[in-house]
Design a protein around this ligand. Structure first.
Ligand code: HEM
Ligand code: HEM
Length: 186
């Protein structure tokens, strides 16, 4: 498989970035939802380090996305559906940026910024000064944004499964190693 996308399929770099981000985001979200109950500082640190890694990956991913064209949509896909798909993907990118950035701001804008380290390896500087209103806003974005992103993700997954099992096109197989399109229905 080539590193770059082809007209039909996503290349190996786009696939790696998609699936590694997906796994990281799901792990970060599960930890985010449970860490208050666990209430162990290391778990909070893990959430923050994983979330910052998502931000790094999405930056690489967006640069690569601008350098390489996306594979063509299946010929059978109506124009309006392509537009909706583009909008949904754009919204997923916004979520992948807004969630870690709002977390980072929450961490920075308190009375005194909380120390932030990437997996204990090096310090990550605050991205704002103390600002209670900004901290509150970032908290809202982090919490409400998460639920909006989760709903969008559910639609994304259902759309991928519909393409694969109902339309039987190359959408899911084009992004997923080891998956081939199903034979067309009778
Ligand atoms: C993809 C990245 C991220 C996702 C999906 C995510 C998701 C979540 C979720 C689901 C919660 C629980 C929300 C709630 O019920 O209140 C949460 C809380 C939290 N997150 Fe994140 N997060 C991400 C990145 C980050 C980053 C990068 C930081 C900081 C550098 C961070 C800091 C926090 C903090 C401090 C809380 C606790 C907020 C509170 O006090 O209620 N998150 N996150
Ligand atoms: C947190 C998890 C996920 C996020 C944030 C995410 C995000 C995205 C984004 C932004 C794209 C568009 C790529 C681009 O145009 O650059 C995409 C494509 C795709 N995703 Fe996901 N995804 C996630 C999980 C999943 C899962 C679990 C599946 C499968 C069930 C999936 C299936 C696909 C497929 C098949 C494509 C290619 C769509 C096409 O060719 O038009 N994704 N994903």
């Amino acid at each position: 498989m080539s590193l770059k996308n082809t007209t039909q399929d996503w290349g190996s770099l786009a696939r790696f970035l998609h699936w590694s981000s997906a796994l990281l985001i799901i792990a970060t979200a599960i930890i985010g939802l449970t860490m208050e109950d666990i209430d162990v500082p290391t778990v909070y640190k893990l959430h923050k380090s994983l979330g910052l890694t998502v931000l790094l990956l999405v930056a690489v991913r967006m640069i690569w996305r601008l350098l390489d064209r996306r594979p063509a949509y299946p010929a059978s896909m109506p124009k309006a559906q392509r537009l909706l798909s583009d909008l949904a993907h754009l919204a997923l990118y916004v979520g992948m940026i807004a969630l870690p950035v709002s977390g980072w701001i929450m961490n920075s804008a308190g009375k005194r910024p909380l120390p932030l380290e990437w997996f204990g390896l090096f310090p990550v500087p605050p991205i704002s000064g103390p600002n209670p209103d900004l901290r509150h806003l970032a908290h809202e974005v982090h919490e409400v944004g998460f639920y909006i992103a989760a709903a969008l993700l559910a639609v994304h997954v259902l759309a991928a499964l519909k393409h694969h099992f109902v339309d039987r096109d190359h959408t899911l197989s084009g992004m997923t190693p080891g998956v081939s399109p199903l034979p067309p229905k009778e």
